[in-house]
Design a binder for this molecule. Structure first.
Ligand code: BG6
Ligand code: MG
Length: 218
């Protein structure tokens, strides 16, 4: 195994699920009687389900009992799972398989570092699970991004030093988490939103093999 490890966020990096999270939160907001916009949704990217609901209720100015809160978390997830029920490999983001294939063929360690508790099910649906040497997701962490925990556990799982890890992220919270973990952060998406990243790309079609090798420490 090489000395450099590559850690991928899932939603919005590997697969186009960010829009389904948005639709499910917007449905709940509308049911509760207020609007929820794509701009507001930026704050939800990379953020745990629980924290998302707290922010959503804050936007709507809604107080909830613990029972009601838990019920809304369940409802949102049921709606989200309905949206992704028929998802397949066609929703993998452009050139992700090509990059994973290159890294695997060249003996780089690959990990998933996601806030989602649905990560394994999604990787199975889109048939990419076999590329990952470690999967660290919302079920394995106690502290959500921007805390670096998820990426530090991922680095440990693939036995790579954090400073030798490269993180692909589409969320502000995830970029902060990667930077705090002293990893190389790569913002995938809007460079204005992800301005704290070490490097920015719109998607993987802009990333070539030379760049991956440049990041490699071995
Ligand atoms: C992150 C998404 O990957 O996972 C967030 O960017 C989402 O929007 C979080 O809230 C938790 O996902 P899940 O599937 O456990 O509700
Ligand atoms: Mg994401």
């Amino acid at each position: 195994m090489k000395k450099t490890g590559f850690i991928f966020d899932l939603d919005g990096v590997v697969v186009d699920t960010a829009k389904y999270h948005f639709l499910a939160w917007r449905k709940l907001a509308n049911e509760l009687g207020f609007e929820f916009t794509e701009v507001q949704n930026e704050l939800f990217k990379g953020v745990s389900r629980k924290r998302c609901l707290e922010i959503l209720l804050g936007i709507g100015g809604i107080q909830a009992s613990q029972d009601q809160f838990d019920q809304w978390m369940i409802e949102k997830n049921i709606d989200y799972l309905n949206y992704i029920e028929n998802m397949d490999a066609s929703e993998i983001l452009p050139d992700v398989p090509k990059i994973l294939e290159y890294l695997k063929a060249n003996d780089y360690a690959i990990a998933l570092g996601s806030a989602s508790k649905n990560a394994t099910a999604i990787l199975e649906k889109i048939n990419l699970i076999s590329y990952f040497d470690a999967i660290v997701d919302g079920n394995n962490v106690t502290k959500a991004k921007p805390d670096p925990e998820v990426f530090l556990i991922a680095a440990k799982s693939i036995q790579i030093q954090p400073e030798n890890c490269v993180v692909f992220e589409d969320s502000m919270a995830g970029i902060v988490a990667a930077n705090t973990a002293k990893m190389v952060s790569i913002g995938m998406g809007d460079a204005k939103i992800l301005e704290q990243a070490n490097y920015n790309f719109n998607d993987f079609t802009e990333i070539d093999i030379e760049f991956l090798e440049l990041l490699s420490k071995s």
